[in-house]
Ligand binder design. Sequence first.
Ligand code: KIV
Ligand code: ZN
Length: 387
Amino acid sequence: MSEKLWIFDTTLRDGEQVPGCQLNTQEKIVVAKALEALGVDIIEAGFPISSPGDFNSVVEISKAVSDPIICALSRAVEKDIEVAAAALKYAKKGRIHTGIGVSPYHIQYKLRSTPENIIERGVKAVKFAKRFVEDVEFYAEDAGRAELPFLARIIEEAIKAGATVVNIPDTTGYCLPEQYGAIIRYLKENVSNIDKAIISTHCHNDLGMATANTISGIQNGARQAELTINGIGERAGNTSLEEVVMAIKCHQSIPVHTDIKTEKIYGTSRLISKLMNMPVQPNKAIVGRNAFAHSSGIHQDGVLKHRENYEIIDPKEVGVHESSIVLTARSGRAALKHHLDNLGVELEGEDLNKVYEDFLVLADSKRDIGPKDLLELVGKYMDESSF
Ligand code: KIV
Ligand code: ZN
């Protein structure tokens, strides 16, 4: 059996930071229960110091959910950590996620500090969080642009202070897959106590690399991935859960497995999209409307002969009932025949050719061709007995 990849869902924290996507506590509970049913291991439920509403949501999610670890975010600030701990009071398994910026940008311009002081503050935060919970995750914000020897030092000190998980965020979505993987490998090779903690990926999608970077991190030793449903999140979003989970399922060369119930992916995606009022782009991998829709004649013919000619995933595996053969002016006879067969109209040879010619004329002028259009076309050529 391969090693387990811990799935850390941050839809309710990083995802919910998207303008216009805010949820109320009741809606967050619905999402948290859906995430639990999906099989995620950790739910990052919020940033309790940020508002009374967020605090309350973490409290209520902690009460409502049993299996996943409930995680609360905090800065490396005692008051944040105290409030996060209070919000986790009812969690069966609680985790505090604390950390600090580690790139030259963050150290100099955001925190106006020095590398030594950053290490001190990070260590102090982890030790303080350990007073409340055993499970403390340390994030090294903007690790994607950090100097590696410094990153290795702070990670080593955070683990010494008691961090159980060390999160290596590519906060600005800057890295290329090879670079992000190399950061994880560097930590594996240069942090003496790295085996005492789980390394976590946390990637943003500013260059469209979030999934590739996450996979590269896993291939280089990360064993937790921080993800959101539909890839929602700040700016261009976070790594999408469905993409990582299905990439792992499709490629046995990625040496991990997850406990995600993949057949619940599509339903969870729809739920989040609806509650957050955030449409999913039609060509989004795995969950987009067109992810299993075939529209060109060559592909339609191929997929009708054998599904795997053009599909690497059985749609049922992710909870999509079936793939669709969309009728457009690029469709071929095989697609037309498939739709006619479904309507109980069996046409072959010349009859099919004639209907196909008329179909192409119609499809050039009309975007959606439905059963009613097809029956009208057929009606021109067939007498009643053919139906
Ligand atoms: O992107 C990031 O660095 C974060 C941290 C707060 C974990 O979201
Ligand atoms: Zn983030």
